[in-house]
Design a binder for this molecule. Structure first.
Ligand code: URA
Length: 216
């Protein structure tokens, strides 16, 4: 399943417009908060697809019956750029367990790069709903590698990917190599540069959220 949360005029469309805008990007806190809000909306939309059970609650005046989540998902994030989206998911799935993974582009002298995964901290994923946050789905290489690395820690009952901006190349890569993963994105762009940046995209999400880093 592929869902574009920006489709139809919505607040997500407003927030995506702001995170792309070079003038608004100067406000790093607003950039992070907008990603967080996109994570919150994604959490709400994903929650409608999750297994629920009926629960009776005692009010001061009687008994009310509601569908509630059958179990909590595991929220996973790719460090560091995924942290604001992750926080948004965690604001809504506030009892979730969490997983963290570090993935970065290790650049070679010839301009190519490989995805390096170095840190994995993860609960048992067997029969759990796994939701992975990464703001930019560019080539899809780091997300696919992350899915496979996390699935080595147990077989989730479902896998959801939450991204702010996805590129069609990356969507196709994920659909080819992890066809079971549901993709929830803030918007979809068509172009990828030779250095695998999304166009028009927004630039480097990690740098915009947390500041520039030394190149690896
Ligand atoms: N990561 C980013 O931060 N931006 C892109 O355009 C692609 C990957």
């Amino acid at each position: 399943m592929l869902v574009n949360l920006c489709k139809d005029h919505s607040l997500v469309s407003n927030w995506i417009s702001e995170i792309r805008d070079v003038t608004v990007q100067e406000d790093r806190m607003r950039f992070r908060r907008n990603l967080e809000r996109i994570g919150e909306v994604a959490a709400y939309e994903i929650s409608k697809t999750l297994p629920s059970i009926r629960k009776d609650v005692q009010t001061p005046l009687g008994v009310a019956s509601h569908q509630v989540l059958q179990s909590q998902p595991v929220l996973a994030t790719i460090l560091r750029a995924g942290l604001p989206l992750h926080q948004g998911l965690l604001n809504y799935f506030d009892k979730a367990d969490n997983a963290f993974i570090s993935a970065y582009r290790k650049h070679h002298k010839d301009g190519t790069f490989e995805i390096s995964l170095e840190y994995v901290s993860c609960p048992d994923l067997n029969n759990r709903v796994l939701i992975i946050a990464d703001p930019m789905l560019a080539t899809g290489a780091s997300l696919v590698k992350t899915i496979h690395e996390l699935e080595a820690q147990g077989k989730p009952s479902a896998v959801h990917l939450v991204v702010a901006i996805a590129c069609t190349t990356g969507i196709e890569h994920v659909q080819r190599l992890a066809p079971h993963a549901h993709i929830w994105c803030g918007d979809i762009d068509e172009e990828l540069t030779a250095k695998s940046y999304i166009v028009p995209g927004l630039g480097d999400a990690g740098d915009l959220a947390f500041g520039a880093k030394l190149q690896q």
